[in-house]
Design a protein around this ligand. Structure first.
Ligand code: PML
Length: 248
């Protein structure tokens, strides 16, 4: 069956590259018959966003010409924490468990705070202690992945999780990223001011949710991929952006 990658990005005060503020982004894989539904889902996601009403939006689709890789979702755990401090300390200890040295965690945090409106992920090399993508403000956007809705709903019921598209998208992304052998761990929390749960993920740890990683009202998000032993950063970025993948 032929699939299409459908992508949306929305911003305020014009497009990102002209200084607009990021409002929303989204990604689906769709059959031709389902395109109308996918485009509509992404449109609704952007126009009902708590970051405000966009005045610029792009939705595009593109046929996928490579075979689609199929993988199992990462196992999931949730850490209930009472404060941001506690949440951040759980995140740090999970990252260390995954193999990121403590001083590298601090260096990576410094990279994130350098930008006020970082949209994609930062690639951080734990050997050299430096950011290795050249995308500045834009970051790297992981793309061409999805989880068939019926399979996701079975998963959500099994874990007694709400059938939230947010959790679905985050887990799909984390699963794709952690599957690459050069990925040591991922750290993420949302730029949505009304959403404070984030996660640390890795192949061995799975997808570890932490219920409080920032304060309500904070529009600063974070997404760091900690990598080690990367021989070719272009092929790594190519995997993240282009390798089509279904979680199942
Ligand atoms: C986002 O909204 O941009 C990221 C959300 C990450 C956490 C999702 C969850 O597991 O609750």
């Amino acid at each position: 069956e032929v699939f299409y990658s459908v992508r949306m990005r929305a911003s305020k005060n014009g497009p990102h590259e002209k200084g607009g503020k990021h409002i929303s982004g989204g990604e689906q894989l769709s059959t031709y018959a389902n395109l109308k539904h996918s485009v509509n889902t992404l449109l609704e996601k952007a126009i009902s966003h708590s970051r405000g009403n966009p005045d610029f939006m792009q939705i595009q689709f593109e046929m996928i010409d490579k075979p689609i890789k199929k993988i199992q979702p990462l196992p999931m755990g949730t850490h209930e924490v009472g404060s941001v401090e506690e949440g951040q300390s759980v995140a740090r200890s999970l990252l260390q468990k995954a193999g990121v040295p403590a001083e590298m965690i601090e260096k990576a945090y410094e990279q994130v705070t350098e930008y006020s409106d970082l949209r994609g992920a930062i690639l951080f090399d734990i050997r050299s202690g430096s950011r290795i993508d050249d995308r500045q403000q834009k970051g790297v956007r992981v793309s061409r992945m999805d989880w068939l809705t019926t399979n996701f709903e079975k998963w959500a019921d099994h874990y007694q999780m709400p059938r939230s598209p947010r959790v679905k998208e985050a887990l799909v992304l984390a699963t794709k990223v952690s599957t690459h052998p050069a990925t040591v761990a991922e750290l993420c929390w949302s730029d949505d001011p009304e959403y404070i749960t984030g996660y640390v993920a890795s192949k061995q740890l799975g997808y570890q949710r932490i219920t409080k990683l920032k304060e309500y009202g904070d529009e600063r998000g974070c997404r760091i991929f900690f990598v080690d032993g990367l021989s070719d950063r272009h092929s790594y970025i190519d995997y993240l952006e282009k390798q089509p993948l279904f979680v199942q």
